[in-house]
Design a protein around this ligand. Structure first.
Ligand code: SF4
Length: 217
C-alpha cells in the first residue's frame, strides 16, 4: 500500500482531479428523492433510512398531498401516519420520529425547518447524516455526508484511513474545498454504485485508476 500511495501522490494534490473526473463521469449525480419544499425534503430524508430513494418516492406523492404542514402530521392518530409510510419500512420508529420532529418545529422553529446543522440534529430521528443531506440539498452544506459508499470510496482512494464516519467526515472536510462539500458525496455514491462497487470494483474501467492507490490495474 505504501508503494501504491507513493505512485499516486499526495491526496491533497489528487482531490481536485478526482472531483473533476467524477463530475465528467457522472454529470447526473444528484439526490434521487423527490420533494418541493424544505419540509418535504426533511421528511423524505427521514423516510429514506434503511430503504431506497425509489421506495420513498413511491410513498411521498400521496403523503405530501395529505400532510402539507407540520401540524398535519400531528392532526391524525399515530397509526394513520404509520399506515401512510408503511411501505418505507421501520414505520413505527419513523412515524414517531416524524411526529416528534413536527412538534419541535412548531414549538421552537415557527413551523419552519431550521437552517443550521446544530439545530437540525436536535430534531428527533435526525442524525448528523440526515442533517448534512438536508443542508446540502438546500445549497448550504455545513458538513459532508458519509454513507457506506462515501466511506468505502474515501478509504479506497486513500483520502482517509479512518473507520468512524465522523472522523472520515473531518478528514474530508480538511481536504475538500468547501464549494464541493455538497456534491462530493453524490459523486462518490454514484461512482460507488456504478464502478467502485463493494465486492468487485471495476478498476479496469475506472476513470480514477491512475489516482487511486487501491487500483488493481
Ligand atoms: S481504481 Fe478501483 S478501487 Fe480505485 S476508485 Fe476505481 S474502481 Fe475503486
Amino acid at each position: 500500500m505504501h508503494e501504491a500511495r507513493r505512485r499516486v501522490g499526495r491526496r491533497r494534490a489528487r482531490i481536485g482531479p478526482i472531483v473533476e473526473r467524477l463530475v465528467a463521469e457522472h454529470p447526473d449525480a444528484t439526490i434521487a428523492l423527490r420533494f418541493h419544499s424544505d419540509l418535504e425534503l426533511l421528511v423524505s430524508v427521514m423516510l429514506s433510512a434503511q430503504t431506497t430513494d425509489v421506495n420513498v418516492n413511491k410513498v411521498t406523492p400521496l403523503l405530501f398531498a395529505k400532510y402539507r404542514g407540520p401540524e398535519d402530521y400531528l392532526a391524525v392518530p399515530a397509526e394513520e401516519l404509520e399506515r401512510d409510510i408503511f411501505q418505507t419500512g421501520f414505520y413505527r420508529q419513523k412515524a414517531r420520529a416524524i411526529r416528534g420532529t413536527m412538534r419541535l418545529l412548531i414549538d421552537e422553529f415557527g413551523g419552519e425547518v431550521p437552517r443550521r446543522l446544530e439545530e437540525l440534529v436536535r430534531l428527533p430521528g435526525v442524525a448528523r447524516k440526515t442533517a448534512n443531506v438536508v443542508a446540502a440539498e438546500r445549497g448550504e452544506a455545513q458538513g459532508i455526508v458519509v454513507d457506506t459508499h462515501v466511506r468505502r470510496l474515501s478509504q479506497r482512494l486513500g483520502l482517509t484511513r479512518r473507520e468512524d464516519p465522523v472522523r472520515i467526515e473531518l478528514d474530508l472536510q480538511r481536504l475538500v474545498p468547501r464549494r464541493d462539500w455538497g456534491r462530493l458525496p453524490h459523486l462518490l455514491i454514484w461512482h460507488g454504485r456504478r464502478v467502485c462497487v463493494a465486492r468487485r470494483p471495476r478498476c479496469e474501467s475506472c476513470a480514477l485508476s491512475d489516482l487511486c492507490p487501491s487500483s488493481r490495474v
